[in-house]
Design a protein around this ligand. Structure first.
Ligand SMILES: [Zn+2]
Ligand SMILES: [Zn+2]
Length: 322
């Protein structure tokens, strides 16, 4: 099969990768996959991953140890836990110390014609959710995970820093919850996109003064190291800073501000798929305007370049229909 692999510092389309076979796991034919900032960071060295990239997908189960899944259109939770440690037994494979993560840690990913995952990771997609929407389930779940960790008070001041793919999804999810939400960004075209979805969106330099040290919750999703200190500057004393960006490399931060103002810092990563699928099914979030382009898997290398270019939102990859 064809697969987009990152190996020894190089990204290339490999046309002769054997289709994966893992005993006890389902074989999924990928219909569409989405390029995420994490994929771009991996190419910069994040997570020291080598193998097939990609963790956002929708596909069809071709073979499965659970025959009721065969033929189903599915999305897949990306963390595959060991199934036996305390965290896995408590229903939290996302933090299993020996987990593998699709296209990120120790497991080939979705930029390929086929992938495998344990059946417990797969969720059926309702017929009413199209492939181009279903492929957003994973990043949308990551946005929803903030609500698993904290519930901004109704009317509370919340700022999302970052007008990129993840920031846009987070702003849409939180705005649906009824807080007083503002999206801060640096790209007029992306701010306009959020405004079209009914979200108050302002240039970051405008926000810096007006919102300084006054927000109950600030979510940092800029994907850039500079975004962190900017976001910290907006949090009120005893407020909460939620960190969503993962970078390759270390970030400098003024910890005395955190100590003196007793700011709570919450790291936030993957979320549960069911609430995200429900948002798509109920059409409470429209992801279509966030898609910049859909390219065949054959053009995977240029698709990654396009995804990294300024102004690009989501780039989708579609493997050949076999
Ligand atoms: Zn992602
Ligand atoms: Zn485990």
């Amino acid at each position: 099969m064809k697969a987009l692999r990152f190996e020894k510092g190089k990204l290339r389309l490999d046309r002769k990768v054997p289709a994966p076979r893992v005993p006890g796991e389902a074989l999924v034919r990928v219909k569409k996959a989405g390029i995420c900032n994490t994929d771009l960071e991996i190419v910069r060295g994040y997570a020291a991953f080598s193998g097939v990239l990609g963790h956002e997908f929708v596909g069809v189960v071709e073979e499965s140890p659970d025959p009721t899944l065969t033929g189903c259109r599915v999305v897949g939770e990306i963390n595959a836990g060991c199934g036996s440690c305390g965290l896995c037994r408590a229903g939290d494979p996302r933090h299993c110390p020996s987990r593998t993560v699709l296209g990120i840690v120790g497991r080939d990913g979705a930029f390929a014609e086929y992938l495998t995952l344990p059946t417990r990771n797969l969720l059926s997609v309702p017929d009413s959710v199209e492939d181009r929407a279903a492929v957003f389930t994973e990043p949308l779940a990551a946005a929803c995970s903030i609500l698993e960790q904290l519930q901004p008070a109704p009317g509370g001041c919340v700022v999302v820093v970052g007008d990129g793919k993840l920031g846009q999804l987070i702003a849409r999810v939180l705005a649906a919850g009824g807080c007083d939400l503002t999206l801060a960004g640096k790209h007029e075209s992306k701010l306009r996109l959020a405004r079209a979805a009914g979200i108050r969106s302002l240039p970051a330099d405008e926000i810096a003064g007006d919102f300084a040290r006054s927000c109950d919750v600030v979510v940092e999703a800029s994907g850039s190291p500079a975004g962190l200190s900017f976001a910290l500057g907006l949090v009120r004393p005893r407020g909460t800073l939620v960190l969503k960006s993962t970078f390759h490399g270390a970030v400098e931060v003024d910890t005395s501000r955190i100590v003196v103002d007793e700011i709570r810092i919450a790291g936030s990563r993957c979320g549960r798929f069911a609430p995200a699928l429900r948002l798509l099914e109920e059409r409470r979030i429209d992801v279509e305007p966030l898609i910049t382009a859909e390219l065949p898997l054959d053009e995977g290398v240029s698709a990654m370049e396009l995804a990294a270019a300024p102004g690009t939102m989501k780039v989708l990859l579609s493997p050949p229909v076999s």
